[in-house]
Design a protein around this ligand. Structure first.
Ligand code: F0G
Length: 458
């Protein structure tokens, strides 16, 4: 029988002290930041749950790997180590390193999308969708309806609705669909996994029409963990085996190694298609750097190669996802409205339920992230109408069904006690929710506005 309890499969060797501001200082800091947690200084944050991207703690092996950096402009030995690791662990044939995930998205979008194309996917991700649009494509959400319902307990809310996909193919024609965009896990749905059963069905359908699959494999090992735990037939498979099986059902992949792969910077594009590889290897020189470093230092590629191997270890994912679920359970037990089931990289608060008195034009999720910071110095991220941006055709706000605040857990960084403090603060803010007033946007940048927009209190 599998043991249920978990503990970290590592011990702590170095610590980084945290600073705690007074409540008055925090009120000042968030006002200075235009009520946008992206604009806070990290020094003013106590527990930083803004993102799990590039914020993980590296292992002693990874730090040792940095010392093995071969900083040659061309042909760095770390590149070949990374290439070999991507083949061995992920199963993709060809590798083009990039400085992070969105650079790989940029390149693959440029290669595969023609103006007027449609790109169906299991919910949008901000940078992925933007690069599809900049290449002249239109993103179409074909995720199952349950993904848009925070209360649905569907174990695989990342699944594609095959009827929606078929309907799109019938409507616009397969020749207008260069690929289906599959993310493991689905960030904007709350870190929700896709099942292998569903992915196999998507593969079958797309093969019939000659449509490719581009895999956003940013959190593929976390997705594999959820398959191991919840999909019939996979309990006895290792995460490493499941990761390989997922990847084998797709043609190309983009990776933000700043998540699963446990590095502070890095990413790549991987593919099984020699022609796409040729094109990508050429484009990367234009935008990132030579094809054997792609905007990274040799040492970064070394740390990534080591991190990839650590990321598919069963005991690592058990503790990683276990910690996220621990925080989620504390909030569920206290009756705080969160997205169910709890995802793998964070706990997503349902801001609509916190603030039924605020409309989406008053930015409930943005408000909640600001309130949480003022209460305790915990930094979270808006994932609602601000993140959804505007419709490029009409110029109007996109109004997503989900108005969420993400408490994102960096890997191997915080302790269970930090999770307790976070839960306590969220519960406090929930109790006082009726007093919140909402925000108005006073500055809005053109692209990915959530990063830099500024707000004032209503
Ligand atoms: N795809 C997914 C699913 C992501 O979560 C991210 C980044 C990217 C692509 C882009 O990768 O940042 O390396 O360029 N997500 C971060 C987050 C920013 O906080 O969720 P990148």
């Amino acid at each position: 029988m599998k043991k249920k309890s978990w503990a970290e499969p590592y011990k702590i060797k170095m610590v980084e002290p945290l600073r705690m501001l007074s409540k008055r200082e925090r009120e000042h800091a968030i006002a200075e930041a235009g009520y946008n947690t992206f604009l806070l200084r990290s020094e003013d944050v106590y527990i930083d749950l803004l993102t799990d991207s590039g914020t993980s703690a590296m292992s002693d092996r990874q730090w040792a790997g940095l010392m093995l950096g071969d900083e040659a402009y061309a042909g760095s030995r770390n590149f070949y180590h990374l290439e070999e690791t991507v083949r061995e662990v992920y199963g993709y044939k060809y590798l083009v390193p990039t400085h992070q995930g969105r650079a790989a998205e940029h390149i693959i979008s440029k290669i595969l999308i023609k103006p007027g194309d449609y790109i169906p996917g299991n919910m949008y991700f901000t940078t992925t969708k933007l690069h599809q649009e900049l290449a002249g494509g239109k993103f179409v959400d074909v995720i199952i309806d349950e993904a848009h319902d925070p209360e649905s307990e569907h174990p695989f809310k990342g699944n594609i609705d095959l009827n929606k996909l078929q309907a799109l193919i019938d409507e616009v024609g397969a020749e207008k669909i260069p690929y289906v965009s599959i993310a493991t896990t689905v960030n904007m749905a709350g870190g929700q996994p896709i099942s292998l059963e569903n992915l196999k069905a998507v593969r079958e359908l797309t093969s019939k029409y000659g449509i490719a699959i581009v895999h956003d494999m940013t959190r593929v090992a976390e997705n594999a963990y959820m398959i191991q735990q919840n999909e019939p037939g996979y309990v006895d498979k290792t995460i490493a085996e499941i990761v390989k099986e997922i990847n084998s059902l797709t043609d190309h992949a983009t990776m933000s190694a700043k998540k699963d792969a446990l590095v502070n910077i890095g990413g790549f594009l991987a593919t099984n298609d020699a022609d796409v590889f040729e094109k990508a290897r050429n484009l990367v020189v234009v935008y990132e750097g030579l094809h054997t470093y792609g905007g990274l230092a040799g040492r970064d590629m070394e740390a990534m190669a080591i991190g990839i191997k650590e990321s598919v270890m069963d005991e690592h994912q058990k503790a990683r996802v276990g910690q996220v679920h621990y925080l989620g359970q504390l909030l569920l037990d206290a009756g705080v409205p969160v997205v169910k089931p709890i995802g793998t990289h964070g706990v997503f608060l349902n801001a609509r339920k916190f603030y039924p008195h605020l409309t989406q034009d008053e930015f409930p999720a943005q408000t909640l992230a600001a309130e949480l910071y003022v209460d305790s110095g915990v930094r979270a991220m808006e994932r609602g109408v601000v993140s959804a941006g505007r419709n490029p055709e009409t110029g109007k706000h996109n109004y997503p069904k989900l108005e969420l605040v993400r408490l994102t857990i960096p890997r191997r960084v915080y302790t269970q006690a930090h999770m307790d403090v976070t839960a306590e603060s969220v519960i406090e803010v929930f109790k006082n929710a009726h007093r919140a007033k909402g925000l108005k946007m006073v500055y809005e940048p053109k692209y990915l506005r959530f990063f830099q927009a500024r707000f004032e209190k209503l």
